[in-house]
Design a protein around this ligand. Structure first.
Ligand code: ATP
Ligand code: MG
Length: 426
């Protein structure tokens, strides 16, 4: 007999035979009647053993089931007003495929009962829980629809290298590793590569891992994360902010369409956000922030509170707050304002981006102004000497976005196996 998934079994007619596989979520013993809740990747269904009717061995087994054990159950579908979903299974035969140890190191039915580090130590078991599954099912929809939105709009997907010969941006700390006789580094961003490919193929998209050796220990930073990036030729900051607005709206719409139950599990209702566009100067004035400084986490919170559940684009940042490679207003080395922006959503920065400098001489000047040596960036600068047009792009962190959207307290909830200052296993 072929396997039936729980979701299909819940749609079968009274009297139909099924073979189910899954895990024991819960059991209840009322002496003459024994219940088992079976779960698989599609849902949950009640198995009801009745002493006077059910096979003796099977009824006996129902009394002695360890939670989270993998089992196979064959039986008959029965309509039932009391059972969740309106159907139950009267079992013919129950087979234990893999028994779970007891006690379980993680309380699978209640997140709040096990501390996060212990859940992460036992992620294989934590993933039996409805809540963890909901988060990673939704994350899969985020990454898939991120790609889909751009590929459907004519972008091509590319894969940058993860091992690089030198720092691509300056700034964040890099992980050094041995590469034959040379030193190499883990990529902190696909920045240089996405610029080179966009300057030839125009519209590009990638989802790629990045590593930052910063010793921070916060609820919104990881040392290994995934970035969702685009880069577009012949574009400025305004046109790519519109792309970000578009893809976020699309992803949230798709989540609302496909994850009603998962959102319920997480206790969430998602609004498809509107976008507000304000310059850095306007933001400083509105929120009484000292012009020239970075936005503090508290500033980000205050700004988002005013534009509740919407995206706030803070654009045209001052020169001292942006990387050397962000375009200066009017392609002017002396300009105080750049073509760079941040996107804030539900209290935090979810993305940074802007127009890049595609003019080699301007790049050299900006590097020197930042105290960097143009010689160290020779191949980067040279890539703009042969017909590189103006171009712009941004980056949004997959885990940061998942955390923000799903209102998770800690970014570690939004990554299967976090890499942070203290955690390298499992
Ligand atoms: P932040 O100011 O939040 O530390 P950043 O400005 O250093 O971030 P960017 O270089 O702009 O980060 O990276 C682009 C995006 O990648 C960020 O907007 C964020 O969504 C995500 N991101 C950045 N650093 C991390 C990190 N350490 N862990 C997880 N996600 C990150
Ligand atoms: Mg940033």
């Amino acid at each position: 007999m072929e396997r039936t998934y729980v979701k299909e079994a819940l749609n079968k007619k009274d009297g139909e035979k099924v073979l189910l596989r899954g895990w024991v979520h819960d059991t209840r013993d009322l002496k003459k009647v024994r219940f088992l809740v079976l779960k698989d990747m599609t849902g949950r269904i009640q198995i009801t053993g009745v002493e006077s009717k059910t096979d003796k061995d099977t009824f006996g087994l129902l009394d002695n089931m360890k939670r989270e054990s993998a089992v196979e159950i064959s039986g008959t579908v029965k309509d039932s007003k009391q059972a969740p979903g309106g159907k139950e299974i009267l079992p013919d035969k129950l087979t234990v495929i893999a028994e779970a140890g007891d006690p379980l190191p993680v309380d699978v039915s209640d997140f709040s009962k096990t501390e996060l580090p212990i859940r992460l130590d036992n992620r294989f078991l934590d993933l039996h829980s409805k809540k963890a599954q909901a988060i990673f099912k939704i994350q899969s929809t985020i990454s898939m629809n991120f790609r889909k939105y751009f590929v459907d709009n004519g972008f091509i997907e590319f894969q940058p290298p993860s091992v690089i010969g030198s720092s691509s941006e300056g700034g964040t700390e890099l992980y050094k590793l041995k590469y034959f006789e040379k030193d190499a580094y883990l990529a902190q961003s696909p920045q240089l590569y996405k610029q080179m490919i966009a300057c030839a193929m125009e519209k590009v998209v990638t989802i790629t891992p990045v590593w930052r050796a910063e010793k921070h220990n916060t609820t919104r930073h990881l040392n290994e994360s995934r970035q969702m990036d685009i880069e577009v030729a012949f574009a400025d900051q305004m046109s790519i902010m519109k792309e970000l607005e578009g893809v976020v709206k699309f992803m949230v719409t798709e989540i609302n369409k496909n994850h009603k139950e998962d959102l319920e599990t997480l206790g969430l209702k998602l609004k498809v956000p509107e976008a507000h566009y304000l310059s850095y100067d306007e933001i400083c004035e509105m929120f009484d922030i000292k012009n020239g400084e970075d936005l503090s986490p508290n500033d980000e919170k205050r700004i988002c509170e005013k534009f509740k559940d919407d995206i706030v684009f803070v654009h045209s940042w001052p020169t001292e707050q942006r990387g050397f490679y962000i375009m200066r207003k009017g392609e002017d080395a002396e300009a105080k304002i750049t073509e760079g922006f941040d996107a804030l959503y539900k209290g935090v920065e979810i993305s940074s981006g802007g127009q890049r400098i595609h003019i080699p001489e301007l790049l050299e000047t900006m590097l020197k102004k930042k105290g960097l040596d143009p010689k160290d960036f020779k191949s980067y600068i040279n890539s703009f000497r042969y017909g590189a047009p103006p171009h712009a792009g941004w980056s949004i962190g997959l885990e940061r976005f998942t955390q923000t959207l799903l209102e998770l307290d800690n970014i570690r909830e939004a990554v299967l196996w976090p890499r942070d200052r203290d955690r390298l296993t499992p």
